[in-house]
Design a protein around this ligand. Structure first.
Ligand code: ZN
Length: 265
């Protein structure tokens, strides 16, 4: 990984990846971001909710240019495959390089939005980009409630323009934003003892790619919960199926890559 360019950016990314930063557990990572800003000689603020604001002065002569804010979120979605031993509260993300890609062994990588944080820090560290005043806003808790972004204090940023660094298409600049909505469906189960002679089975769907429910939803990726439900539906056409347990996915914003059912057949 030492040969990756630009070095400054990848160093920030790899260092950040060592600090656990699941949503609502990003205190240490946010502090690390603040420390990087201080080490670069910038003005650093922490707001009451835990966001980090770093301000870098304009290149001499460019003070009158409009200030620009670079924004990224420090928290990440923590998901791991069944059987992967990983404590998201303690362990560094097991990052490795596979050709031109960085990946994580058995866990999410946190590229969303670690690469945004690393990019913003790399811009702060750069000495070869003439710029007006630059502000960096690193928010907490983007993935599970946006409480960081929602509680940014009015007036704390002076920037005229804000560039959100959380897009996932290289070379694209998007103007605007889509929203999200949660749906909760509840159905009452009626429990009964398994039929005499029924055998227990565990049905597992795994090995899917997963992905982000917003970004990857149009890529026709398999959804483990839907595969499981369709399989159960097909089974029911031919057998009497008792369902003891249904389980699949564990994040609202990730396409389920694994799902399980325990059956009496
Ligand atoms: Zn994100």
């Amino acid at each position: 990984m030492d040969s990756m360019e630009p070095k400054v950016l990848w160093n920030y990314f790899l260092e950040l990846s060592k600090i656990p930063r699941g949503s609502k557990h990003e205190q240490a990572a946010a502090q690390w971001v603040a420390d990087q800003g201080k080490a670069l000689g910038c003005e650093v603020l922490r707001d009451p909710i835990g966001n980090v604001i770093i301000k870098k002065k304009a290149t001499p002569g460019l003070e009158a240019r409009p200030a620009i804010c670079l924004q990224a979120h420090v928290d990440m979605v923590c998901e791991k495959n069944e059987g992967t031993q990983h404590d998201f509260l303690k362990d560094p993300i097991p990052v490795y390089r596979d050709g031109d890609l960085l990946k994580a062994r058995g866990t999410t990588l946190g590229a969303d939005n670690g690469i945004g944080v690393a990019t913003a820090l790399a811009v702060l560290a750069a000495t070869d980009i003439p710029h007006g005043p630059v502000e960096v806003l690193v928010t907490i808790d983007e993935e599970t409630g946006m409480t960081g972004a929602e509680n940014v204090q009015p007036g704390i940023l002076k920037a005229k323009y804000l560039l959100n660094l959380d897009s996932e298409e290289e070379g694209f600049l998007t103007i605007g934003c889509a929203g999200g909505i949660d749906t909760i469906a509840t159905r009452k189960a009626t429990w009964q003892a398994p039929k005499a002679g029924a055998k227990g089975y565990r049905l597992k769907v795994s090995g899917l790619k997963g992905g982000h429910s917003g970004i990857d939803i149009a890529n026709h990726r398999g959804n483990a919960i839907r595969f499981l439900a369709r399989t159960l539906y097909a089974l029911q056409q031919n057998f009497e199926v008792g369902i003891a347990l249904l389980q699949g996915g564990n994040k609202r914003n990730a396409i389920p890559r694994e799902a399980f059912a325990i059956l009496a057949l």
